[in-house]
Design a protein around this ligand. Structure first.
Ligand SMILES: [Zn+2]
Length: 95
């Protein structure tokens, strides 16, 4: 699977290819929420206050996440939990 930054350049918020590739590697090229691979470029979810990349989301999940944030849960905490969940599910999948 090609994971060059070029494909993700729009909406990168000036991210380096290393930052993007790290996100893709953490998420296995999948959406950070639904864990599905999408035929289109994932959206970069960026915390402007913390000035950091939170993850990559598909077009379905980004609005959901924005909604979650609007309920008061911090984006950082939200994604920290998501990563923990995804790591667990990956271990299960690999036995
Ligand atoms: Zn998704």
């Amino acid at each position: 699977m090609k994971t060059s930054c070029d494909k993700y350049a729009v909406g990168c918020y000036g991210l380096t290819p290393e930052q993007l590739n790290r996100c893709l590697r953490i998420q296995d090229g999948r959406c950070g929420i639904c864990r599905r691979k999408r035929p289109y470029r994932l959206l970069v979810d960026y915390d402007h206050e913390a000035n950091e990349v939170l993850g990559l989301l598909c077009r379905q999940c980004k609005p959901i996440k924005d909604h979650v944030v609007s309920t008061g849960l911090s984006p950082f905490e939200f994604f920290r939990r998501l990563r923990a969940i995804s790591l667990l599910s990956r271990r299960k999948a690999r036995g």
